[in-house]
Design a protein. Structure first.
Length: 214
């Protein structure tokens, strides 16, 4: 193996390491959510219109997040380690998948019926994933060099910057990756029955929330 091949292999290993860190970060986020849910509640009573309205908005946000993640997968399709994907959602944001994750976190928090919980959940998710995003960018810069730097200068880290939209005539669909993304995204919807159960237990007095959020 020559020097160039060794460098490419090292870059692939770096990116694989970042992907593993992202999965660990996701597990941490899920554990934190599961730990916080039983001890918090909205200041709006469960049967009030405000509480129900926030929950409906939550479902809309979660749905957008799941569909957005699938949309991103259609374009990235496992090609991140082979080339710079700069079309579709990746033409207006360097990290659209993370952006939809943050939106999903808002939806998860809003499922409590609290208008404040959503932004707080999104902030916590951002703090967990931001170091992973930075590590991923460093790995991509080492692998693609000037090409990634040009992309980084043109497309914002989060955005979206709609004026930079670029598309392609066709995308290569990889069903296993698509179904995996859909499956992972549907986990967001599991909070709906979980929150309903917690609401029910709290109303019956089996679970006492330690704090309330407006």
């Amino acid at each position: 193996m020559n020097a160039a091949e060794q460098k490419d292999q090292k870059n692939i290993i770096d990116l694989d390491s970042v992907q593993r860190r992202r999965k660990v970060a996701l597990r941490i986020a899920v554990i934190l959510v599961l730990g916080i849910l039983p001890i918090m509640q909205s200041t709006w009573p469960v049967e009030r219109t405000t509480h129900e309205t926030v929950e409906i908005i939550s479902l809309i946000l979660i749905s957008i997040a799941v569909l957005g993640r699938v949309w991103c997968t259609l374009y990235i399709g496992g090609r991140k380690v082979q080339e710079i994907v700069d079309t579709g959602p990746y033409s207006i944001s360097r990290n659209p998948l993370y952006m939809f994750n943050f939106l999903g976190a808002v939806g998860v928090g809003a499922q409590t019926g609290s208008m404040l919980a959503g932004p707080l959940f999104a902030l916590a998710t951002f703090l967990i994933f931001f170091p992973v995003i930075l590590s991923e960018e460093k790995a991509l810069l080492r692998k693609f060099g000037e090409a990634f730097e040009t992309y980084r200068q043109r497309v914002p880290r989060f955005g979206p910057s709609l004026r930079g939209w670029r598309d392609m005539e066709a995308v290569l669909i990889r069903p296993p990756l698509l179904w995996r993304t859909l499956r992972d995204g549907l986990v967001f919807f599991l909070v709906v029955p979980a929150f309903e159960l917690i609401d029910w237990l709290q109303v019956l007095g089996f679970v006492t929330p330690l704090f309330h959020l407006p």
